[in-house]
Write a protein that binds this ligand. Structure first.
Ligand code: SAH
Ligand code: SF4
Ligand code: F3S
Length: 548
């Protein structure tokens, strides 16, 4: 079979970005190459998100564009991976015959086999010269369907999925010193608006030994910043001994082997590793990791032990992403969030009492949904009061999007008119912009240590490169955890630029900082490192600084 070239584009959250990285590593090891543009590829894969309708629409339009191309190039293979594949499953395949492969996020270990089959079938179809109707579709599916929450099926699936993380191809290229590490899969919270428990399945915590070994291997490859991933990271809990935690319930575990060939976790015993323990262990056992961060936290599960672990371990960042979703107790209840607005604010006060110091301010960010069914002006006013009080450095604000399969979709009509949703969205954005601006201005004059992530987007544009060149460069060396398609590295080193180049970096509290590489310092020497800067000025989106 001739070597195939893959275009892989990622939508959605960091979890999907990590999945794409794992898939790309796996496919590379099987001889596939990667292209930065779909036109240059004969396999097009979309790793999709289903969290809002808008996220799905982007994929629909991409697939629509491919249909015409596929008529001209019958050998083209198209795959939909991730949460949309899992949520819409075979309906999607029926509506979109251009799709050859559907692979849910819980089945990604099966992708190489699906792809191999699809490539062979399409090649046979392309070579078939016999007149008459052609088979347009040769679809292959790997979806969990309803099996994803049955523990026996889950345990088997989890072992295979765990292998995908364990066999992660770690190479020093294309990561700019930063990496994601999964600690928890799935979610058990069932917020009434949310598809994630259906697309990602039941909550499963990875063994701490696997997580720490992965961090060590990343550190050996030059990674100095690790972001731990989970839908509710602070709910992490691993029961040691002969058991694995599945959905908070201890399941018997037979013949499980651990990374490095241990038959049992060497730290096994009659005890539990909590999230606070895990943070402390990674911090202490992998000293080469200069920054340890984690997303996303759930407001209700935050014990003081976690706050103390952050406080007492200096390389853990003072940054919490802890979505509130609403400030109205009635709406929070309808969302099944399990806390009230005052409990949420008490948590923030407690976090700030532990972690907010003049030299290391605690930065907090949040998510909100406006226009949840039955949300009144009074409910929305409660949200604005919470935002005023919470003093987020930034917040993601979304208009409610009804998702098939969720409780809210089935039980609550989407009764807030679109223009009301839009107005609330804009009002909340304006309020948050003012607060973000105030927080940014308070940083002016400070010095900070920042992690350099790459050349700024503005810089890339100023350099006169085409959009696709910008994307290509960012995707190979210049973006940390970005959403650009995964591509193979360029063959030759870029010549160092003659002019000073604007770099983008992040503070410990996740604030974006822009600064010029000092004369005589090649950007490549600074990217992926932590450097000291002085903050000179601020606007809502970024801080501007000088390297010290
Ligand atoms: N596990 C995280 C959130 C994951 S989804 C948590 O619990 O905080 C990311 C964000 O998408 C959510 O925080 C929520 O604000 C938003 N979101 C999820 N479902 C949505 C929906 N149906 N409509 C609009 N926004 C939604
Ligand atoms: Fe979705 Fe709620 Fe789980 Fe977050 S905690 S992923 S919002 S169900
Ligand atoms: Fe989207 Fe799935 Fe992440 S729905 S937000 S890609 S878990």
């Amino acid at each position: 079979m001739p070597a195939r070239t893959v275009y892989l584009e990622t939508f959605g959250c960091q979890m999907n970005e990590l999945d794409s990285e794992l898939v790309a590593g796996q496919l590379r090891s099987l001889g596939y190459a990667f292209a930065p543009d779909p036109e240059a590829a004969d396999v097009v894969l979309y790793n999709t998100c289903s969290v809002r309708e808008h996220a799905e629409q982007k994929v629909w339009s991409r697939l629509g564009e491919l249909a015409a191309r596929k008529r001209r190039e019958p050998g083209l293979v198209v795959g939909v991976l991730g949460c949309l594949a899992e949520r819409d499953g075979t309906d999607l395949a029926r509506r979109m015959p251009v799709v050859d492969i559907l692979c849910g996020p819980g089945e990604l270990d099966k992708l190489p086999a699906l792809l191999d089959n699809a490539v062979r079938t399409r090649e046979a179809l392309a070579a078939d010269e016999t007149p008459g109707p052609r088979l347009v579709s040769a679809q292959q599916f790997a979806l969990q369907g309803n099996a994803s929450r049955r523990s026996a099926t889950l345990a088997a699936a989890e072992d295979n999925l765990e292998m995908l993380d364990l066999s992660r191809a770690i190479s020093p290229i294309d990561r700019n010193g930063s990496a994601y590490v999964r600690i928890t899969r799935g979610c058990n919270k069932f917020c009434t608006y949310c598809v994630v428990p259906f697309t990602r399945g039941a909550e499963v915590h990875r063994p701490p030994r696997h997580i720490i070994d992965e961090c060590k291997r990343l550190a050996d490859a030059g990674v100095i910043e690790v972001t731990l991933l989970g839908q509710t990271v602070n709910h992490y809990r691993f029961e040691h001994g002969s058991a694995v935690t599945v959905g908070g319930v201890v399941q018997p575990q037979k013949g499980r082997s651990y990374a490095g060939g241990h038959a049992r976790d060497p730290f096994a015993g009659a005890h539990t590793t909590t999230f606070a323990d895990l943070l402390a262990r990674i911090h202490d056992e992998v000293p080469a990791i200069e920054r340890l961060r984690f997303v996303t936290s759930y407001p209700r599960d935050f014990g003081d032990d976690v706050l103390e672990a952050i406080r007492d371990h200096p390389r853990i960042c003072r940054y919490l992403h802890v979505p509130a979703q609403s400030g109205s107790d009635r709406i929070l209840k309808a969302m099944n969030r399990g806390y009230s607005a005052s409990e949420y604010l008490e948590f923030l006060d407690r976090a700030r009492a532990h972690l907010d110091t003049p030299d290391r301010p605690l930065m907090v960010s949040g998510d909100f949904i406006v226009g949840f069914p039955t949300e009144t002006d009074d409910d929305f006013a409660a949200t604005t009061r919470l935002v005023e009080r919470a003093r987020y450095k930034s917040a993601f604000i979304f208009k409610y999007s009804p998702r098939p399969g969720t409780v809210a979709f089935d039980k609550l009509p989407d009764d807030v008119p679109e223009d009301t949703k839009r107005r609330r969205n804009n009002d909340l954005l304006a309020l948050q912009s003012r607060i973000s601006d105030e927080i940014a201005r308070a940083q002016v004059g400070r010095t900070a240590r920042v992690m350099v992530e790459g050349v700024s987007r503005r810089e890339m544009k100023r350099s006169g490169l085409t959009k696709s060149e910008i994307r290509r460069r960012e995707s190979v060396t210049l973006t940390v955890g970005g959403r650009e398609p995964i591509a193979d590295p360029p063959r030759a080193e870029e010549a160092p630029p003659a002019i000073s180049v604007q770099l983008t970096a992040r503070t410990d509290g996740d604030l974006i900082v822009l600064f010029d590489a000092p004369p005589g310092r090649a950007p490549a020497d600074l990217i992926g490192r932590i450097v000291p800067v002085r903050i000179d000025s601020a606007d809502r989106l970024s801080l501007h600084a000088t390297m010290l």
